[in-house]
Ligand binder design. Structure first.
Ligand code: NDP
Length: 324
């Protein structure tokens, strides 16, 4: 089996030379286990945090999607498609109970790593449960053309909200306006005064800020928030490669008088409610209300390059590595 490992501890922005690809021999699966051939492996921003403590000399971990090639369990047959947690490699052995069968009538296999997988569930539960949207409210989404953000934008439209989106390229702005149907989108890299830009697009103020980025995006959103606004704290990707901690927003105290609720969450908090997500998503997909983009990068050896692209922002939609 080929697997990707960390060669050394990453300092700052990850580089391809921080990773190595290694050949390893897998044992035979034991009773109750399956051998899976990974067809796709995911790269996700949270992995940057895990890499601070990941053991060097062991394969990296992450979500993946593949096919059973040998089964010592009566739960799965050879040829079944599953998702698992042993990404960054081309084959793995796992207890049958640790992999999940996928329903390919909902979406193609690789999308179970994106729109109908963990990022989609993050968007769904984070926005609906923590954001508590009401029709007519204004929602601001950062990293809005990404795996999570693009789904948040569209669920917000389905719920009757006005949606304002921030992204790092003009191509992403065009996709959001033309395909995702947001009401306004801007390229933050061309904006000096983010607060003024946000005020321009939010004539009635801001009720929900779906936080993916941190830093000056959070500062600007806090300034424009309405009374009783909600800020689901999903991620702060602008800080994941920091070598020194970044100072917090200078206007956090405004959240007190405005009774703003800032609440962090992790997608797995809602695990037992996954059936609600699949049922709503299946309906929205059938009705054509949810679209998504994927950037597929070919070859396991290019997984580090795919991971780095999360931080440069050069790719649209969910980034997935095609292993085989
Ligand atoms: P994306 O597909 O959105 O990819 C990351 C994007 O972040 C890039 O494309 C880039 O878009 C943007 N970005 C990168 N660096 C910066 C920066 N310095 N400033 C502003 N934007 C930046 O990733 P995901 O959708 O998978 O994840 C989005 C967020 O959600 C992350 O913060 C992630 O950690 C979080 N998350 C949280 C989960 C939870 O359970 N709480 C679960 C899953 C994800 P652009 O071109 O627009 O700059």
């Amino acid at each position: 089996s080929r697997q990707i490992r960390l060669k050394n501890r990453i300092i700052g922005m990850p580089k391809e030379s921080d990773f190595e690809i290694v050949e390893a021999t897998l044992p035979e699966p034991s009773a109750g286990e399956v051998l899976v051939e990974n067809l796709y492996t995911s790269v996700d921003p949270y992995m940057r945090g895990g890499m601070r403590s990941a053991e060097l000399g062991k394969p990296l971990e992450g979500r993946c999607a593949g096919r059973i090639v040998e089964s010592k369990s009566d739960q799965f047959q050879v040829g079944d498609y599953v998702t698992g947690m042993q990404g960054w490699r081309d084959h793995y052995i796992a207890p049958a109970k640790s992999v999940t069968a996928v329903d390919l009538t909902i979406a193609p296999l690789q999308s179970f790593l994106g729109a109908v997988g963990m990022p989609g569930r993050t968007a769904y539960f984070g926005f609906l449960e923590i954001g508590q949207p009401k029709a007519g409210e204004t929602v601001f989404v950062s990293a809005a053309a990404g795996a999570v953000g693009s789904i948040v934008c569209q669920i917000a439209k389905i719920k009757g909200c006005r949606v304002v989106a921030s992204v790092g390229s003009d191509q992403k702005v065009a996709w959001l306006l033309e395909k995702a149907g947001v009401d306004a989108a801007f390229n933050y890299k061309n904006v000096d005064d983010l607060e003024a830009e946000l005020r321009k697009h939010c004539p009635d103020g801001l009720d929900i800020y779906f936080e993916n980025v941190g830093g000056r995006h959070l500062q600007a959103a806090l300034a424009v928030m309405n009374m009783h606004g909600r800020i689901p704290l999903c991620g702060m990707i602008s800080q994941y490669n920091d070598v020194e901690p970044t100072p917090g927003p200078t206007n956090l105290s405004s959240a007190i008088g405005k009774r703003i609720r800032l609440q962090g969450f992790i997608v797995t908090d809602f695990m037992e409610r996954n059936p609600e997500f699949y049922s709503d998503m299946q309906q929205w997909i059938t009705e054509g209300e949810i679209q998504w983009e994927e950037t597929i990068i070919e070859g396991l050896e290019n997984a580090p390059k795919a991971f780095i692209a999360l931080f440069t922002g050069e790719k649209l939609g969910k980034i997935i590595v095609k292993v085989a």
